[in-house]
Design a protein around this ligand. Structure first.
Ligand code: FAD
Length: 341
């Protein structure tokens, strides 16, 4: 089923979320897509606990707190969030609209698109060891979809963060054995999970290993396991049936680079009146865009979102005159915000 709409926002970082608000004030309902399972972009994914000091009128605000406040602010406009899916295709249609497709198969037919994609879609950091490409998604995975299917198997789990440790503890006792491989002896995961893992690491059902992956080895043409070099430089062959890589996520421009946009390195060029790209009807706000003097700050994304909203309004309703109204005094704004009948 194709979703018909006036606007799709690609990216639920602070710029994408505030974009919902600015559009909502102009009575435009938004769909928002993000490849992460949660909203908040870099703030939620990279530094949720850090304080931010340069949000106007908030002398200090935690990054996750900012995201929570934005969600509260946009709630009256009931945006439809499509999380955990990446926009993989974007095409202009003959009718001057856009057809968007996501990795989850969601299809939109939309009048306008606002790219609020930051540094790109967050994707798992890949295992780049020799021979690994050929086994990716067959034996080497970046997520666990069906834990039950791993019963009785020999597993290698790569990583030292919460995902690696949580899955090690979850699968211990179900898998035949697990080798947890981390580059250093310090872990980023919760201390309680680390000490639980250390207590279970008997070298037989669970082995803790420090080192880096050098290559994949094969046994009679089948996947054999990973060759790992320990801190002393010694090579070890660790046999396994399945490998899981939990090295975190990194942003990647990915499909956006193929949409015919005018790019300056990894940013999309826009004008500073409408924040429109070289494709009419396709706007870009926040860290993804560039123009003379651009500064990659949350504040900049908020300003750009306000102006882009007026441009979207004009694009969708070219015959309607767009009037600036104050949220303090406008009865219409109050109605849209749900603060009066
Ligand atoms: P992002 O926050 O990057 O969000 C973009 C979203 O788009 C992501 O969630 C991504 O998954 C999604 N996306 C991308 N491509 C696709 C696709 N194809 N399909 C679906 N989803 C997609 N700024 C300040 O102003 N003050 C600070 O103090 C400050 N401190 C910082 C500290 C750190 C450690 C870092 C890393 C950044 C800091 N910044 C700060 C910068 C600030 O976080 C960014 O400017 C801001 O997050 C940009 O917001 P955005 O919404 O444009 O993009």
């Amino acid at each position: 089923m194709t979703i018909q709409t006036d606007v799709v926002i690609i990216g639920a970082g602070p710029s994408g979320l505030f974009q919902v608000f600015e559009l909502g004030l102009l009575d435009i309902h938004a769909h928002v897509v993000d490849s992460l399972p949660q909203v908040g972009g870099q703030c939620a994914e990279l530094y949720p606990d850090k304080p931010i000091y340069d949000i106007p009128a908030l002398p200090i605000c935690g990054a996750q707190e900012l995201v929570d406040r934005l969600m509260e602010q946009i709630a009256p406009f009931k945006p439809e969030l499509h999380l955990g899916q990446t926009v993989t295709r974007l095409e202009q249609t003959a009718a001057g609209r856009f057809r968007l497709e996501t990795s989850a198969g969601t299809v939109f037919d939309t009048a306008t698109v606002i790219l609020a994609a930051g540094l790109g879609a967050f994707q798992p950091r890949r295992l780049r060891a020799q021979g690994a490409d050929a086994w990716e998604h067959r034996t080497i995975h970046y997520r666990i979809r069906d834990p039950e299917s791993l019963s009785g198997k020999r597993l290698i789990i790569l990583g030292g963060g919460d995902s690696a440790l949580d899955w090690t503890l979850e699968l211990h006792g179900k898998a035949e054995h697990i080798t947890l491989v981390h580059r250093r002896s310090e872990y980023r995961a919760q201390p309680a999970s680390v000490s639980k893992m250390k207590n279970l690491a008997d070298g037989r059902t669970l082995k803790e290993f420090h080192g880096h992956v050098r290559s994949v080895f094969e046994t009679e043409g089948a996947f054999g396991g990973l060759e790992i070099v320990d801190p002393a430089g010694e090579h070890h062959q660790v046999a396994a049936d399945e490998v899981f890589v939990f090295w975190g996520l990194s942003p990647n421009l990915g499909p956006i680079a193929e949409w015919g946009l005018d790019l300056d390195k990894r940013q999309v060029r826009v004008d500073t009146e409408k924040f429109q790209t070289n494709i009419p009807g396709l706007f870009a706000v926040g860290d993804i865009n560039t123009y003379p003097g651009k500064k990659k700050l949350i504040l900049s994304g908020f300003h750009e979102a306000a102006l882009a909203a007026f441009a979207v309004q004009q694009h969708v309703h070219p015959d309607e005159k767009v009037r600036l109204q104050y949220t303090t005094t406008s009865p219409l704004m109050h109605k849209r915000l749900g603060v009066s009948d």
